[in-house]
Write a protein that binds this ligand. Structure first.
Ligand code: FAD
Length: 322
């Protein structure tokens, strides 16, 4: 009989991996929106997520508000930001500057995206990066130049993945090839576009693993509580919402009933993704906490027990902020 392996000998190494929890926020567009965002941030912080992602306008339009929000998250909260960044709308030199700025304020995670092309069909500025893959390579170059400042540590680079065909792709197989190319260029993990049918995430996982994609693919899940929002995001992302859910939301007598239906549908979707092997759940919050927290409550994610010192740091910060 062979001796027990390292993992068998240490029971805590063979335990199932904890599930990551993260939220997406976007930079506020007005002082009033900023105020309510900070209430949301406080509520989300109390759930001790692994990170929160901050979106970036594809035109670079909200660059300052995005960097400001990230800065405040680092300085004033216990949250770890994941900064989105897009190729569209910035020259490579500007992008290298923003990446350096983010690393300097303490960001250690960047979601490298191409961004959506301008609606007016204007051609991208000459010399701009074409694909998310190019941005990953740029991030890795900036990181390498700052290797000493980072104590040779690594910046976590995430990318987008698509359970249903990206609107510009010829087919889903091409999307998986692109995901594999992004992994080869240095992506560490992926977060998916919204999806409305449980089998779409499971199917992506199967196709990606078969093609050689090994990085974690985290399902991006939106609370399916608002008919208007589901419709709008479905249009923006080119993903058709589930017609049965839409009918049920439309037929609901009141907002409480609509929320109950939407939260239950979201929990089912997230649980199906977890059953398909999802390593985490990324909740699109739309800067509101109530529905996200309802979903979280009912999901009962297997989360690691946090040290009491960390939890008391969160509580202390919240007392100071109130
Ligand atoms: P890419 O991976 O570059 O792909 C874009 C298109 O080009 C795809 O059709 C792909 O198949 C094709 N392609 C890529 N590489 C190649 C290649 N080498 N050869 C041929 N074809 C190729 N947008 C924002 O503006 N701001 C945000 O903050 C933001 N956050 C997002 C967060 C998540 C989790 C997701 C899923 C999307 C987000 N988006 C955001 C939207 C995203 O920018 C769009 O979906 C965009 O259209 C594509 O971005 P990408 O990074 O997937 O691009």
């Amino acid at each position: 009989m062979s001796p027990p392996s390292l993992i068998e000998a240490h029971s805590n190494l063979s335990e199932t991996a904890p599930v990551a929890l993260s939220y997406e926020l976007f930079p506020p567009r007005s002082p009033a929106a900023a105020e309510s965002l900070w209430t949301t941030i406080g509520e989300l912080e109390s759930t001790d997520p692994d990170y929160v992602s901050v979106t970036y306008g594809a035109s670079g339009s909200n660059r300052d508000t995005a960097v400001e929000l990230i800065n405040r998250l680092i300085l004033e909260t216990t949250l770890r930001p994941l900064a989105h960044l897009t190729c569209v709308g910035n020259t490579p030199e500007e992008l290298a500057g923003i990446i350096g700025e983010l690393l300097d304020v303490g960001v250690r995670g960047i979601l490298a995206l191409r961004g959506d092309e301008p609606k007016d069909g204007a051609a991208p500025a000459s010399g701009s990066l074409r694909y998310a893959q190019d941005l990953i390579e740029l991030i890795r170059r900036v990181e390498q130049r700052r290797s000493a400042l980072l104590c040779a540590g690594k910046v976590a680079v995430g990318v987008a993945a698509y359970p249903t065909r990206h609107p510009e792709s010829p087919n889903e197989a091409h999307d998986v090839e692109v995901l594999l190319a992004k992994q080869r260029s240095g992506a560490d993990f992926a977060i998916t576009q919204v999806f409305f049918h449980s089998e779409q995430y499971a199917d992506l996982m199967t196709r990606a693993r078969r093609a050689g994609v090994t990085i974690p693919i985290i399902p991006g899940v939106m609370p399916l509580t608002s008919l208007r929002r589901v419709t709008r995001l479905g249009e923006l992302a080119g993903v058709a919402p589930d017609p049965r859910l839409m009918e049920r939301l439309a037929a609901a007598d009141n907002d409480i009933e609509r929320r109950r239906i939407g939260v239950a549908a979201t929990v089912d979707l997230a649980n199906a993704a977890l059953d398909a092997g999802a390593p985490g759940i990324h909740l699109y919050t739309f800067n509101e906490h109530a529905c996200a927290l309802d979903v979280l409550d009912k999901l009962a994610l297997p989360r690691p027990a946090r040290p009491a010192s960390r939890l008391s740091a969160i509580a202390r910060r919240q007392v100071l902020a109130s």
